[in-house]
Design a binder for this molecule. Structure first.
Ligand SMILES: [Zn+2]
Ligand SMILES: [Zn+2]
Ligand SMILES: [Zn+2]
Ligand SMILES: [Zn+2]
Length: 269
């Protein structure tokens, strides 16, 4: 990119400043953090008499002593740094998932907390794949051979749950992951809703289990936990424990899988 003249002659011979935008500047963003609390600087920004800058909440605490000079000082607004933090625009870190938003450095964290392009993660350890729900669903079936089932809300349906995970696709595009692990007591079944952002639960789930030969029945109802599944499935989930007696081996062969038949109802709150 060539160097543009900074000024042009305007009407009547007055100098008119041209707006210059550079896309190829690299900069260490750490200098835009407050050196006391390490949060991004945002206006109003204050500086000591030497020129050390701090954010307004640290200014309220330090009042008249600079943490760097350790000298009594008088803080003043630093308009130049305020202009700099307003002028620098950074990209959302979900750019590789389709987000084209650009914002000031200090607005980035808030944007990313609600970014509509934020991904969910494959919960399998050592996988690390992330993407929006449809991409993740494709990944689950192609890479990990997970089954997926479409579900309608408020309608009880029967589901065969095997050890491992499977995806349930809600009628409005929400994805749920149902998982069973074997523990000494029996099969532990959990279900969570894949959501990029932490939100209150939007779904209630009812699981029912019955076994006519032993007249055993169990029903549990809970709010479905949401998670982006980063680092695995959430641990603080209400599980359904299926006694070992009720787990059957489907097909007597090398492909036999422990399986349980459950009634499942998902209801949107
Ligand atoms: Zn600060
Ligand atoms: Zn100072
Ligand atoms: Zn974004
Ligand atoms: Zn994966």
């Amino acid at each position: 990119m060539g160097v543009q003249p900074e000024r042009q002659e305007g009407e009547g011979g007055c100098a008119v400043k041209k707006r210059k935008v550079a896309a190829d500047v690299t900069m260490d963003l750490d200098i835009l953090d407050c050196p006391v609390c390490f949060h991004p600087l945002r206006p109003p920004i204050f500086q000591c008499t030497i020129g050390h800058t701090i954010c307004s909440s640290c200014h309220d605490k330090l009042l008249d002593k600079c943490h760097l000079c350790s000298l009594p000082t008088v803080y003043n607004r630093c308009h130049m740094v305020e202009h700099v933090v307003e002028a620098i625009k950074v990209a959302c870190s979900n750019g590789n998932h389709g987000c084209t938003a650009r914002m000031t450095y200090y607005q980035r964290e808030d944007h990313e907390k609600g970014c509509p392009h934020a991904p969910c993660y494959c919960p399998l350890i050592d996988c690390g794949f992330s993407g929006p729900t449809p991409t993740l669903l494709h990944h689950f079936s192609s890479e990990h051979e997970w089954h997926s089932t479409k579900v309608s809300y408020k309608k009880a349906f029967t589901i065969h749950v095997q050890v491992g995970s499977a995806a349930l696709m809600g009628e409005d595009g929400h994805m749920f992951v149902i998982n069973m692990v074997m523990e000494p007591l029996g099969g532990v079944i959990s279900i969570c809703c894949a959501q990029p952002h932490i939100t209150g639960s939007k779904f209630k789930c009812k699981l029912t289990l019955s076994h006519t030969e032993t007249s055993y029945s169990q029903a549990t109802e809970f709010l479905v936990r949401s998670s982006n599944m980063h680092g695995g499935l959430p641990k603080d989930i209400v599980p359904l424990i299926v006694p070992k007696l009720l787990l059957s081996d489907t097909l007597a062969s090398a492909t036999a899988k422990v399986c349980v038949v459950l009634g499942l109802t998902l209801t949107r709150q």
